[in-house]
Design a protein around this ligand. Structure first.
Ligand code: IPE
Ligand code: IPE
Ligand code: MG
Length: 268
């Protein structure tokens, strides 16, 4: 019996060490990001898993969203330190209106809450804030908070922080195609002459480079209507980690992996 217990204890110890080792292996330090290596100019993030994070703790889903907001702060700081120029955070999709009213209301109050505590520090960091998405359906208070932040940070030349809010890639593309069709109808453009730029100039991202790296948390391997046009040649990185558990070490891990990728764009 004694032998059995001590053997079991030994196994536990080994497991513990193995976990520690894997954890260490999986979470590079800041120093492992090669500063002379390529740093992604634009990183887009599908912040997913807030609800499951809360469920696992017997908390209401909205507690997960609040915890996720803390992760946003940490990730923005880290991005700024690494020297990333653009961060786009998918915060609310055109499909998320299907959620229970209470949850939607909570999510629509988050930008205000985030900005009321963070805007000063973001301004100090020279961060420029932008909203990507359809403004029409947003509650007044949500829109007002975002427009104020956009206005106050318009001249800033540091990290550009985009919030994709009420964003849907198909909606964005329909809008672009409609404008393009108007130009064709007006005789300003012939269908034979349509170039990529004729479409991208009507997207929310007209003055933003395509993402170099896309991160999605929570183990879902899909795009959920996010930046379908812009992600054509983006490097994709998925993790099982839920968004509220996502740390700067996970972020470094994504960057280090990105630095090791060969981007061929169809060439050899
Ligand atoms: C992501 O977390 C946040 C939003 C979509 C607003 P979820 O709320 O989707 O969390 P899960 O996927 O249900 O766990
Ligand atoms: C995508 O997450 C939208 C955001 C992160 C804002 P969802 O949780 O809405 O995506 P699905 O429903 O799992 O595809
Ligand atoms: Mg989700």
């Amino acid at each position: 019996m004694y032998v059995y217990i001590s053997h079991y204890g030994g196994t536990l110890m080994l497991e513990h060490l193995a976990r520690k080792w894997t954890r260490k292996e999986k979470q590079p330090e800041a120093t492992e990001v090669d500063p002379s290596g390529k740093i992604p100019v634009h990183v887009a993030v599908i912040m997913d898993g807030n609800g499951r994070w809360a469920n696992m703790r017997n908390l209401p889903r909205v507690a997960g969203h609040r915890a996720g907001m803390k992760t946003v702060k940490e990730v923005v700081k880290t991005a700024d330190e690494i020297g990333i120029r653009y961060m786009t955070m998918y915060a609310f999709s055109t499909e998320n209106w299907k959620r229970p009213r209470d949850e939607v209301d909570f999510l629509m109050r988050l930008p205000q809450e985030f900005l009321s505590t963070e805007l000063d520090e973001l301004i100090e960091r020279g961060v420029r804030i932008r909203m990507l998405g359809s403004k029409d359906e947003l509650p007044k208070h949500t829109l007002q908070a975002l427009l104020t932040a956009e206005e106050k940070t318009r001249e800033n030349t540091g990290l550009q922080l985009n919030f994709a809010l009420n964003y849907g890639a198909r909606h964005e593309m329909i809008k672009a195609f409609a404008e393009l069709a108007e130009r064709v109808k007006a005789g300003e453009l012939s269908p034979d002459d349509i170039q990529e730029e004729d479409i991208s100039r009507y997207l929310y991202t007209s003055d933003i480079p395509d993402p170099d790296l896309l991160i999605r948390t929570s183990g879902e391997i899909r795009l959920s209507n996010f930046m379908l046009w812009q992600l054509a040649y983006t490097e994709l990185w998925f993790t099982d980690v839920l968004w509220p558990d996502f740390t700067r070490e996970h972020f470094y891990q994504a960057i280090v992996e990105y630095q090791g990728r060969a981007r061929r764009y169809g060439a050899v």
